[in-house]
Write a protein that binds this ligand. Structure first.
Ligand code: SAH
Length: 213
């Protein structure tokens, strides 16, 4: 198991090196957001371990390294509006909050979305807008978006999300099925609207589901 983790880290490390190492802004956001406030009470002792943790409803808060990597790949800027699909605990939205102008985040499980919305507002993440819906369709009224981060694995990139991405924008999404290999995928839309896709590294995310529940 340790060997697997080490191999994974080596691979992820290469990707990160290729993308210039974590930006100081992203590292600062990771430092200031208190992950223990986003996990259930019994998970608090593990909140700062580099691993995913259960958050109820069969879902997980992502591993911190992956949150940092996805945030870094978005290249967030202070004037950006970004969309997150899969609010979950609200942690990824909280990490993005100090880095951009507005975060719009959508969760499909009503119970999780409600808890996260309350938590984000109580913690003062005032530039985060939350919504309970199927994120497949994006959120045109909140966009268009300079960055889109999807935190559940889909077998394809939802076309509405690509449409709502600004020219010059970036999307980070795990692509793959529930039982097949998923790849963290970076999609760049250039100024002319042409799209380039990069498969970065194998990952394991909860599935992208359809239908609010
Ligand atoms: N970003 C979250 C990670 C949560 S796990 C965090 O920082 O805690 C991924 C989440 O995506 C789950 O809560 C799951 O319910 C949600 N999800 C899955 N399919 C979705 C969809 N179609 N629209 C919105 N959310 C979805």
């Amino acid at each position: 198991m340790v060997e697997t983790i080490e191999n994974y880290r080596a691979h992820a490390g290469n990707i990160l090196a290729a993308y210039g190492g974590f930006s100081p802004r992203v590292l600062e956001a990771m430092r200031i957001v208190e992950r223990h406030k986003f996990v259930p009470d019994r998970m608090v002792p593990m909140a700062y371990d580099d691993m995913p943790l259960p958050i109820g409803f069969g879902q997980t808060i992502s591993q911190p390294f992956i949150v940092a990597l996805m945030t870094h790949l978005l290249e967030p800027e202070p004037d950006h509006t970004v969309l997150e699909i899969g609010t979950g605990s609200g942690y990824q939205a909280a990490v993005l909050s100090p880095l951009v102008k507005t975060v719009c985040t959508i969760e499909i499980i009503t119970g999780l979305g409600e808890i996260a919305a309350k938590r984000l507002s109580q913690l003062g993440y005032d530039n985060v807008q939350t919504k309970i819906a199927d994120g497949y369709f994006g959120w045109p009224e909140c966009g268009p978006f300079d960055g889109i981060v999807v935190t559940a694995a889909s077998d394809h990139v939802p076309p509405p999300l690509l449409e709502q991405l600004n020219p010059g924008g970036r999307m980070v999404i795990p692509v793959g099925g529930r039982f097949s290999i998923q790849h963290l995928t970076l999609i760049e839309k250039d100024k002319a609207g042409a799209v380039t896709t990069y498969q970065l590294l194998p990952v394991r995310f909860v599935p992208f589901t359809r239908g609010v529940r």
